[in-house]
Design a protein around this ligand. Structure first.
Ligand code: COA
Length: 255
């Protein structure tokens, strides 16, 4: 199992907690972090002592999305996102056979939102802010979210999130069925842990079968493959390069 200093893994009472632990960068996820999470999930999938996984972020914010320097490196050809750990991470997340529980406070952006669509129980802070600004970065929605978000909230709301860059409060995310509950921020971690522990006491094979029945694995796999190809194409566009440069230079993307 690969480890990374920015991914903290702990196991207690049948629950593996995976903490994005890079608060200074708002828990933006690097390639090494994706690799460490993928390996932790693969381990949890096969270890019978682990019955549920809890995903959370260190500090005030859940996750500011993919580390943008990784996108920039891919765009200028110094890294190849197609052979990065993003693929193994998404495969491990989207096929995970046990309960996945998320605790979300503060900002959740990009993959910080789209990973929630693969979770089974999601607890958010009332004042959390969820955003999927893929189009403003010249990109397309990833992680099968172009399939899963419209299925959850309808096409027009999904389009507004993706294309207008509308943000959802935690309260609104719960109303729309993206989260189970919106809570005061200081109660989110405890609520998510309690849910994970409750799930951990239930019959594992029945949970795995239920997840299999509830999710259209073939459709999700096809969507992941399609959006990966579209994402890689978009990374090579001038619009994407300009947006990454703008983030690096901390100025608004060109109109
Ligand atoms: N990739 C790389 N670094 C990131 C990052 C990301 N996705 N998000 C935040 N960071 C870094 C910032 O560069 C900054 O680093 P620095 O201290 O070395 O300058 C640090 O995290 C703190 O971010 P900052 O922007 O100063 O904090 P803020 O509170 O003003 O804003 C965000 C927080 C999350 C709203 C803002 O950082 C942001 O918009 N990030 C990009 C989100 C994004 O577009 N993600 C990709 C989606 S596909």
């Amino acid at each position: 199992m690969r480890h990374d200093p920015h991914i903290a893994v702990a196991i207690d009472q049948g629950v593996m907690s995976i903490t994005l632990d890079r608060a200074a960068k708002k828990n933006a996820i690097t390639d090494a972090m994706y690799g460490a999470i993928a390996d932790a999930l693969d381990h949890a999938a096969t270890d019978p002592a682990i019955r549920a996984v809890l995903l959370r972020g260190a500090g005030a914010d859940f996750c500011a999305g993919n580390d943008i320097s990784m996108f920039a490196a891919s765009a200028n050809g110094t890294e190849d996102i197609a052979t990065s750990n993003v693929g193994p991470f998404l495969r491990a997340l989207s096929t995970f056979p046990k309960a996945l529980v998320a605790a979300v406070t503060g900002r959740a952006i990009g993959i910080g939102v789209t990973m929630l669509l693969h979770c089974d129980l999601v607890y958010v802070a009332e004042d959390a802010e969820l955003a999927t600004p893929f189009i403003d970065l010249g990109l397309v929605p990833e992680a099968a979210s172009a399939l899963l978000v419209p299925a959850r909230i309808g096409h027009v709301r999904a389009f507004a999130l993706f294309v207008l860059g509308e943000r959802l409060s935690g309260r609104r995310a719960a109303e729309l069925g993206i989260a189970n509950a919106a809570l005061p921020a200081d109660q989110v971690a405890d609520a998510a842990l309690a849910a994970a522990r409750a799930v951990a006491l239930k019959p594992a094979s029945a949970i795995a079968a239920t997840k299999w029945l509830m999710r259209d694995a073939g459709a999700i796999e096809a969507a992941l493959s399609a959006d990966r190809d579209a994402f890689i194409r978009q990374l090579a566009t001038p619009e994407a390069a300009a947006a990454f440069a703008a983030f690096a230079a901390r100025k608004a993307p060109p109109a």
